[in-house]
Design a protein around this ligand. Structure first.
Ligand code: PMP
Length: 383
């Protein structure tokens, strides 16, 4: 295999590419976390992080992956036996359910087919039938199926009740519009290795005052993720924060501020649309009933080995995409347009997909998908 094919590109929904300017900040000297110098950087960074969530609520950072912030949401909001609605329509809704089970929560499950999405009326109905529900757990972008929910419309429903709306924005933050305060979302959790353009290892959470009232009442066991300790110490951190990750977060936010959050959302919309139209133009089908702008899930065509698609793209062409998870393994593949991505990353991913499908014997005219992507991109950003 020619050596030039060894250059690596990531088109997976996390970890996503990290800009050099961000990586360079991570290479700065690690200073002591209890110094006024570091606490001032931490405060500046966490204050600026509010912009990412479009909130005035305080943002807290953990040294963990996104799942840590999900666990923090469950253990801080609810006590054993408390009732919660959990929407399950993919791997990450399932994760909410598993965490709730671990904390002995009384679960009202809205179980949907993977690829489907929850409608506000379904949440409204479940809340009417269960007026004692304290929290509603949703997945803004279900990464396993490439599906986005109408979080704004769901918040319209929960806002009128005593229940708090919790959303997993691990993959959606910055890729999909999310206006926490304006929409009335109570708890948002995310991770660093997605839209924020950082390596893995940092989780963020932010809560409304309505949610904090539950935190004060919860008697679930918790220690590292006990939010009361973080609130008391803010802007300092009760434990050792990820010092170099905070430097990097500061730089990443600076880049996002410079681009403007509306432009970041728009960029994701454009790359998402280009990817969807490109794959459809060569006869492929989308998996999701409500495709989002984080990742495009595509059905593996009849007669093609789905596991080979991801393997050839990665090992031969150097482009890492994602396969299907759980029962979707081998049945779908997922091309991301998440984080530090430009139109040329999308063209790269689509062209590697074309090479791979050709090699696997899928019949289509070479160049069609790339041409479609280019047409969409030109329509959106060119001329
Ligand atoms: N939720 C969603 C929607 C995700 O995409 C992911 C990661 N793929 C997670 C939760 C879990 O995050 P982490 O792997 O950072 O714990």
């Amino acid at each position: 295999m020619p050596k030039f094919l060894k250059k690596h590109y990531i088109a997976a929904p996390g970890p996503t590419p990290v800009p050099h300017d961000v990586l360079l900040k991570g290479a700065k000297e690690t200073i002591h976390h209890r110094t006024p110098q570091f606490v001032s950087i931490l405060e500046e960074t966490l204050e600026k992080a509010k912009y990412l969530f479009q909130t005035k609520n305080t943002v807290y950072a953990f040294v963990s992956s996104g799942t840590g912030a999900m666990e923090a949401a469950v253990s801080n909001l609810l006590s054993p036996g408390d009732k919660a609605i959990v929407v399950v329509s993919g791997k990450f809704g399932e994760r909410w359910k598993e965490i709730c089970e671990s904390y002995k929560i009384d679960i009202v499950e809205i179980a949907l087919e993977w690829g489907d999405y929850v409608k506000p009326e379904q949440i409204e109905k479940a809340l009417k039938e269960n007026p004692d529900v304290k929290a509603v757990f949703t997945t803004h972008s279900e990464t396993s199926t490439g599906t986005v929910i109408d979080l704004k419309a769901i918040a319209e429903v929960t806002k009128k009740t005593d229940a708090v709306l919790v959303t997993d924005a691990v993959s959606s933050l910055l890729a999909e519009p999310l206006k926490m305060d304006e929409w009335g979302v109570d708890v948002v959790v995310t991770g660093s290795q997605k839209g924020i353009m950082l390596p893995p290892g940092l989780a963020l959470i932010t809560l409304s005052e309505k949610a904090w009232k539950l935190v004060e009442k919860s008697d679930s066991p918790r220690y590292y993720f006990d939010l009361r300790a973080y609130r008391k110490k803010y802007p300092d951190n009760p434990y050792t924060p990820g010092v170099n990750m905070i430097y990097m977060l500061n730089e990443a936010i600076k880049m996002i501020e410079e681009e403007g959050i509306e432009n970041v959302w728009e960029r994701h919309r454009i790359l998402g649309r280009a990817t969807r139209e490109a794959v459809k133009s060569i006869g492929l089908e989308l998996f999701s009933k409500r495709p989002g702008n984080v990742v495009t899930a595509v059905k593996v065509p009849e007669g093609i080995d789905g596991n080979k698609i991801t393997k050839i793209m990665r090992d031969k062409y150097g482009v890492t995409i994602a396969g299907g998870q759980a029962h979707l393994k081998g049945k779908i593949f997922r091309i991301a347009h998440l984080g530090y991505m430009s139109p040329f990353d999308t063209i790269t991913a689509i062209s590697a997909l074309e090479f791979t499908l050709k090699e696997l014997g899928y019949e289509f005219e070479m160049g069609t998908a790339v041409k479609t992507a280019m047409k969409v991109l030109y329509e959106e950003v060119g001329g």
